[in-house]
Design a protein around this ligand. Structure first.
Ligand SMILES: NC(=O)C1=CN([C@@H]2O[C@H](COP(=O)(O)OP(=O)(O)OC[C@H]3O[C@@H](n4cnc5c(N)ncnc54)[C@H](OP(=O)(O)O)[C@@H]3O)[C@@H](O)[C@H]2O)C=CC1
Ligand SMILES: O=C(O)C1=N[C@H](C(=O)O)C[C@H](O)C1
Length: 276
């Protein structure tokens, strides 16, 4: 399978490059970076301290999508939306890990998914996808006497907040409660905000150091509290999930798929597999 990596010099791009170079059945055919990047023109293998692959990092995504069966993309929201449109044009499967996508960018991805398979997940780790289902089930059981708050911490370089994973966990909680997240979401608090509104789902984002990604969903009631936590200590967990998604996506029918589809697990009868 021919695989391309958009954003190959990024934190996740380099992790994916290392994993994909050695993945059985995978041939890395190219990598792109942003126009003006200092890595343009360098060899892809040398970028991660390996043997030269004879593949030069380019800035034009079109040849990458034309050559590859699947392109994996951990870049920026604007780049990812335009890559999805390109994937639809070239008939290439697209695995997207980028977070912070706005409604227009999501629209571009959904339109592209009518023509090609796209796997989109804010978090490709097994653990987070499992706790999303746990959070949905717990939220289904508990009533609004239980206040739900999502807290996340990431490294100082992260540019979007709350994290895509925090929002996905909030969506899972809202789904379990049978409400729409956009109606109950509370993003941060500052100043004379008044008492907590019953039923809201709150989000708090902390940034600092080199934290790979910590997420906690707190269910707080009078007299007791439940906390569901996931802590990532290596980006390899996201990379391993992304490689699974790449291998899974090739040859699939067009559609917008999630990591639940890729991982194929489903906790309890109430949780429906997402996507497709
Ligand atoms: N789904 C998941 O499991 C995970 C998702 N993420 C998400 O993935 C994204 C990337 O994270 P991370 O790797 O830490 O970020 P980085 O900033 O380290 O990597 C992004 C890379 O993409 C490059 N880039 C930007 N625009 C383009 C473009 N048009 N064409 C090609 N390359 C481009 C950036 O270049 P430059 O630096 O020059 O801007 C950078 O090298 C974020 O949205 C993050 O939230 C992260 C980890 C796990
Ligand atoms: O930017 C990151 O680093 C991460 N981003 C993803 C997110 O926004 O949820 C996933 C992971 O937490 C790391």
């Amino acid at each position: 399978m021919r695989v391309g990596i958009a954003g190959c010099a990024g934190r996740m791009g380099q992790m994916l490059l290392k994993l994909l170079i050695t993945a059985p059945g995978v041939l890395v055919v190219g990598g792109t970076e942003r126009r003006g990047s200092h890595v343009l023109g360098r060899d892809l293998g040398a970028l991660v301290g390996g043997e030269p692959l004879g593949i030069i990092i380019g800035e034009n995504p079109e040849p990458l999508f034309e050559q590859a069966d699947v392109v994996v993309d951990f870049t920026s929201p604007a780049a990812t939306a335009s890559h999805a449109t390109l994937a639809a044009k070239t008939g290439t499967a697209h695995v997207i890990g980028t977070t912070g996508l706005d409604n227009d960018q999501m629209g571009a991805i959904s339109r592209a998914a009518q023509r090609v398979p796209i796997v989109l997940a804010a978090n490709m780790s097994l653990g987070v996808n499992l706790i999303e289902q746990v959070v949905e089930e717990v939220s289904r059981i508990l009533d609004t006497d239980w206040d739900i708050e999502v807290v996340e911490m990431h490294h100082r370089h992260k540019v979007d907040a709350p994290s895509g994973t925090a929002l996905a966990l909030g969506e899972a909680a809202a789904k379990g409660r049978g409400v729409q997240l956009r109606r109950v979401s509370r993003r941060g608090r500052d100043g004379q905000v008044g008492p907590r509104v019953k039923g809201e789902i709150g989000f708090s984002a902390i940034r600092g150091g080199d934290v790979v990604g910590d997420h906690t969903v707190i269910f707080a009631a009078d007299g007791e509290r439940i906390e569901v936590t996931h802590k990532a200590s290596s980006r390899e967990i996201f990379g391993r999930g992304a490689v699974k998604a790449v291998l899974w996506a090739a040859g699939k029918r067009p559609g917008l798929y999630s990591m639940k589809d890729v991982l194929g697990f489903n906790l309890g009868s109430a949780a429906q597999p997402g996507g497709a």
